[in-house]
Structures are given as C-alpha cells and as structure tokens.
Design a protein around this ligand. Sequence first.
Ligand code: FES
Length: 176
Amino acid sequence: MTAVMNESRQFTPELLEEVNRIVSLFPEGKQKSALIRVLHLAQAHFGHLDTEAMDYVARLLHLNPIEVYEVATFYSMYDTKPVGKVKLEVCRTGPCMIEGAERIIAHIEKRLGIKDGETTADGLFTLKSVECLGACGYAPMLQAGESFHEHLTEEKVDALIEEYRANPVANYMGLK
Ligand code: FES
C-alpha cells in the first residue's frame, strides 16, 4: 500500500506504517474494517476531515470515496470542517435533555456568541451537540477532548470555559 504522489494531503511515513499495521489486523480484502481507526489518524494529522482528506483515506484503503464520506459524516467524533482548539460536545440525547441539556447548550451559545456547530472567531471554542456519550447517569454532560464534565450547571459551564480559555490544551490533559 503506497500513498499517491502530488496530493495536498499526505501521511508521514510513520503514519503510513501505522496504517499498514492496522490494516494487517484484519483478513485480506477486509481493509474497510480499518476505516474508523485510520480516520482518527487522519483527523489528528490534518486537523479535520475535509473532502481531500477523506479522498486520501479512500485511496489508502482502496475504498470508494462515498464509503469514507458515509462513516466520517455519521459519527460526531469526526469533524468535516475546521474546529476550535477546544471542542465542547454537549450530549443532547433523552436523559441529558430531561436533565437540562437544552438549557446548557443555550447558555454556551450565549456565553460564547456562537450557535451549535460554530466556532468562536478566535478559533478557541467549537460547540457541537452530539448523541449519547455513555454518561447518562451523570446528565447533563459534555465532552471536551478526553475529559468528561458531568452534572453540568450554568455556573459549572462558566468556570469550565474560563479554565479552558486560560489553558486550551487542558482538554487533552484533563483539568486539575
Ligand atoms: S444521554 Fe447524555 S450521556 Fe447518555
């Protein structure tokens, strides 16, 4: 498996090696099974999954581009547009809705001056409402990077935004 040359989207040799390793975990001809993981690599490497990035992944895995588009646009963990440094993913499924997710989303929109799906002008925050994140017992909740924030209130959200504003990478390292 080799990368097509003269593309604006390219993995590094190390990433291509990792793609080959992931593909080798599946039976011959079942390389589509590697798609979820390879899309994660692509998103981490390119920042988001635009059409060129998805087409590149399709060529790498010998898939039709539509097969990649379907997966990348189905799961909320993938971003097809650029996002901010801190992505606030607020669960909007039943249990979280009952516990006030709508109120939390409206509060974040007002606080950041953006709508659901938008990014602040300074490129710091993106707000994205998503389906169940598996923390229903702690509703309402949101995910930021690798951190879950639960039993949200407007006050907790305000504090969270201030903490992330001061330290945007904290969403990948966990807030102290
Ligand atoms: S319903 Fe919100 S985490 Fe499951």
